[in-house]
Write a protein that binds this ligand. Structure first.
Ligand SMILES: NC(=O)c1ccc[n+]([C@@H]2O[C@H](COP(=O)([O-])OP(=O)(O)OC[C@H]3O[C@@H](n4cnc5c(N)ncnc54)[C@H](OP(=O)(O)O)[C@@H]3O)[C@@H](O)[C@H]2O)c1
Length: 310
């Protein structure tokens, strides 16, 4: 079986690499912080000392890093991915970096004789573990046909969107809803709570209502019970909003919902929630609301119905 190279073994990359190992693939992987990838070595991953070493001899190379700067960093230089790519190999970037950074990676990879696909993903830890990750792919359709079985070892939904830049743009179009849904969900809980509804009950009701998207279905409960390791941080969500606002500016699109989300995410980060799970934006919203109300006391709702709790 052909060797797979993998660069960026964080929350997403680590879980995706695990699926590849579970499917029996030989994976050589690099992570900037080696200690974070050591548990994968226990699952059979060969640890590579540099991105170049991860790419060397691999028929397919994946990267999954934080942002455009990280992507440029793992690609460039004598130890970078590009230096290790073989002629005709397929380099697939899974990161959410937007059309500008993705297109730059495509050009650089093609200059090195490789074929490049942008394949950003939708889903998080549970989605990957359940084999339900979805890919939006941009670039050469023949290259996609070649790696389709590999992608199906990771996830279940593969859609070819068009060019590399279009797939990268599509991912931000998807993620516009992520921040906004989490903010609206959190404010819904706060609003119900101010009227005496127990927050646990409010979360439960919201998650059994029509607003419970697949994303909120796994993330909603994190408002009250966050995972030990954040599934998706406030900082990464903020990065996505920055990219979509830059994209919108270039095409003269107002993008009101991103404009609403941006200052809330910035405030959450300023309050110290940057490295926390995105659901913690609810705690930031609470802290920013009048007096940081914690559910004690209940205002008289319009119409004067008495509070029952709080
Ligand atoms: N988490 C989600 O639910 C989710 C869903 C869909 C898409 N995404 C996207 O997937 C990407 C990865 O997200 P994640 O949640 O896996 O984040 P993460 O756990 O923070 O992982 C980020 C990875 O990038 C590496 N990295 C960052 N800066 C680097 C640099 N300058 N040089 C080399 N490596 C660098 C990190 O290495 P270190 O370990 O050394 O820091 C780590 O391997 C992001 O683009 C994110 O927006 C995330």
């Amino acid at each position: 079986m052909a060797i797979i190279g993998f660069v960026g073994l964080g929350v997403m990359g680590g879980n995706i690499a695990t699926r590849l190992l579970d499917a029996g693939h030989a994976v050589q992987g690099y992570n900037r912080t080696t200690a974070k990838a050591e548990s994968l070595a226990g699952l059979g991953l060969t640890l590579a000392a540099t991105p170049r070493a991860a790419a060397l001899g691999a028929g397919v190379v994946f990267s999954m890093v934080s942002d455009g700067d990280a992507l440029a960093e793992v690609c460039a230089g004598q130890d970078g991915i590009l230096a290790g790519l073989g002629q005709g190999s397929i380099y697939v970037d899974l990161s959410t970096v937007g059309p500008v950074a993705s297109e730059a990676a495509r050009i650089a990879a093609e200059e090195h004789g490789a074929r490049f696909l942008a394949a950003p993903v939708s889903g998080s830890v549970s989605t990957i573990r359940e084999g339900r990750l979805s890919f939006m792919v941009g670039g050469d359709e023949e290259a996609l046909a070649e790696i389709r079985p590999l992608l199906l070892d990771i996830g279940s939904e593969i859609r070819h969107v068009g060019s590399v830049a279009q797939a990268a743009a599509m991912k931000l179009a998807v993620n516009l809803s992520v921040a906004i849904q989490v903010i609206a969900f959190s404010e819904g809980v706060l609003l119900a709570e101010r009227y005496g509804v127990d927050p646990g009950r409010a979360v439960d009701v919201l998650l059994h209502s029509v607003v419970a998207s697949p994303m909120l279905a796994y993330r909603g409960r994190f408002l009250l019970d966050p995972p030990e390791v954040p599934w998706f941080t406030v900082e990464l969500a903020r990065k996505d909003v920055r990219i979509m606002q830059d994209m919108a500016e270039r095409v003269d699109l107002p993008l009101w919902s991103a404009a609403a989300a941006a200052p809330i995410l910035a405030a959450a980060q300023a309050l110290g929630y940057g490295q926390d799970e995105l659901a913690s934006v609810g705690h930031a919203l609470r802290a920013m609301s009048a007096g940081g109300h914690s559910g004690g006391g209940c205002p008289s709702p319009p119409g004067g119905t008495a509070c029952t709790s709080g």
